[in-house]
Design a protein around this ligand. Structure first.
Ligand code: BG6
Ligand code: MG
Length: 217
């Protein structure tokens, strides 16, 4: 590898499928508030921060609330979500993740996490993956959400590498935009219809290899 010195990973949707648990918890909240929340609606929350997710959900239900009430509902949803997260284990790591992280280690490429989630540390612990990461930046560290590049720029800084030496792995459009805004290369995880702006799009980390990473070098 000539230029690539680090890989930065989004968590939800790249390393683990937490969207299904977010969905159950948001749907329960919507139902309590008296409206339905569909799987299609859930797509709009991918990569989006907790409070913005709540705003989107409330707008679907046509409900307007004050800040205190919104904080209360976000906490309630998170407490519900945590029940599922606490039951997770390494078997929920998405295919190919560990293998690819091992390859990166062997190649001396640094590894960081760049996630919007405030539960990221807990999730990595449950998956027994914490030890792979040289730096972790999550929703508790950043002021500006993706598509702002802050989360990835902080990651690069913690690793001591330049943004141009980083490759970001992202499943959300806002995340791809964040990577590009930070001057980084980006691999989209999912469909090229949604992630077309990324330099490369693959189905999942099981489709990644050092050779494919080399195409971005
Ligand atoms: C992102 C998810 O990674 O984290 C979003 O894609 C989620 O769906 C966001 O809303 C915030 O997560 P948390 O765990 O802080 O509520
Ligand atoms: Mg994601």
């Amino acid at each position: 590898m000539k230029n690539i010195k680090a890989c930065l990973f989004d968590l939800d949707g790249v390393i683990v499928d937490t969207a299904k648990y977010h969905y159950i918890a948001w749907k329960e909240l919507a139902n309590e508030l008296g409206f339905d929340f569909t799987l299609e609606d859930n797509e709009k929350l991918k990569g989006v921060s907790r409070m913005t997710s709540l705003d989107i959900l409330l707008s679907i239900g046509g409900i307007e609330l004050g800040e205190d009430k919104k904080l209360e509902l976000a906490t309630k949803k998170n407490d519900n979500y945590l029940q599922y997260i606490l039951k997770m284990g390494p078997e929920e790591i998405l295919p190919g993740t560990k293998e690819f992280l091992e390859v990166l280690r062997k190649e001396n490429i640094k590894i960081a996490l760049g996630s919007a989630s405030k539960n990221a540390m807990l999730i990595l612990e449950r998956l027994e993956l914490t030890g792979y990461f040289d730096a972790i930046v999550d929703g508790t560290h950043v002021a500006k959400a993706k598509p702002d590049p802050e989360v990835f720029l902080q990651g690069a800084e913690k690793l001591g590498v330049a943004p141009t030496e980083c490759v970001v792995f992202e499943d959300a459009e806002a995340g791809v935009e964040a990577a590009l805004a930070g001057g980084m290369k980006c691999v989209g995880i999912g469909s090229s219809e949604v992630l077309g702006k990324a330099h490369l799009v693959v189905d999942g980390l099981h489709k990644m290899s050092i050779q494919k990473l080399g195409l971005l070098d």
